[in-house]
Design a protein around this ligand. Structure first.
Ligand SMILES: Nc1cnc(-c2cc(N)nc3[nH]ccc23)cn1
Length: 287
């Protein structure tokens, strides 16, 4: 179910950071068809050799993304195995991860943020229709393909990246550190990963987007993070009550009570970006 790419057709360029058990690099792949050589800019995601045992899960994540195609899902070209190296070859998305983009202090408008949330909701709805669980929705995995320019009225364009190594393969501490994105039921038993968990993560991700990429519960240690769930706490609500309501509906501790994707999309579409809201939708109170 995978396109195998020859190692010799890949070229590594600069390092772009790392994920859970992975390192990412900018690079290029060379294809030859009908006698013509094509060089494509790619993102090379290498699984750490020490975590070689996760390679099935690593490729499972990628194969999930390559079985289906949707405009807001990252394109995975294939995989390359070279000795102990396992490499996933993905499309290169120009502006990178949204958390870093927002942190770099780009001031973006409320309607820009709403656009991004709607695009993520449509990707989630598509995955739900295909009965596919992502398992790692967060702004780190939301890639910005087009900046959009509010003064020119052109809107941003985002793509949801692969979930990486499955949360079921990660240690307890790695899962704890994903609080508040990881749904509470997953903490109890990672096998509980369901579509409902993606909705919880969606809520935390929308909170991030409207909080300019500041991570919720930033700097909290694992003990405090665990207590956050044990005492059924919620993230600080946005002053924009309709937005805060949607986020808290998604971050409902009882998974069965979380809204359907259709309801999420309906609520996002009904969030009016009237002047009043834009002028007064100040950022959530920080904890
Ligand atoms: N599939 C992907 C994933 N990440 C990027 C990316 C682009 C960029 N300009 N800076 C970055 N810094 C870290 C990652 C990244 C691109 N494509």
């Amino acid at each position: 179910q995978f396109h195998m790419i020859k190692y010799k057709d890949l070229k590594w360029e600069e390092s772009l950071g790392q994920g859970s058990f992975t390192r990412i690099f900018k690079g290029s792949k060379t294809d030859v068809h009908d006698g013509e050589k094509h060089v494509t800019e790619v993102l090379l995601k290498e699984l750490d050799v020490v975590h070689k045992n996760c390679w099935e899960s690593f490729f499972e994540a990628a194969s999930l993304m390559s079985q289906i195609s949707h405009k807001h899902l990252l394109l995975v070209y294939g995989v390359s195995v070279h000795g102990v190296k396992n490499i996933m070859v993905q499309e290169f998305v120009k502006y990178g991860a949204l958390d870093l983009y927002l942190k770099r202090g780009r001031s973006v408008s409320v309607s820009w943020k709403l656009d991004v949330a709607k695009q993520l909701a449509s990707a989630l709805n598509f995955l739900e229709e295909k009965n596919i669980v992502h398992g790692n929705i967060c702004t780190k995995n939301l890639l910005l393909a087009r900046e959009g320019d509010t003064s020119q009225g052109s809107s941003p364009f985002v793509k949801l990246s692969d979930p990486g190594v499955s949360v079921t393969m990660l240690g307890k501490d790695v899962i704890l550190d994903r609080i508040p994105w990881v749904a509470p039921e997953v903490l109890e038993a990672p096998e509980n990963l369901t579509m409902e968990c993606d909705k919880w993560s969606f809520g935390a991700t929308v909170w991030e987007i409207f909080n300019n990429g500041n991570a919720p519960l930033r700097g909290w240690d694992l003990k405090r993070k665990r207590q956050f769930y044990e005492s059924f706490q919620q993230l600080p609500p946005s002053q924009w009550t309709e937005l805060a309501d949607l986020i808290s509906q998604c971050m409902e501790y009882q998974s069965a009570f979380r809204p359907s994707c259709r309801s999420i999309i309906r609520q996002l579409n009904s969030l009016i970006t009237s002047d009043y809201v834009i002028l007064h939708a100040t950022e959530p109170v920080t904890q």
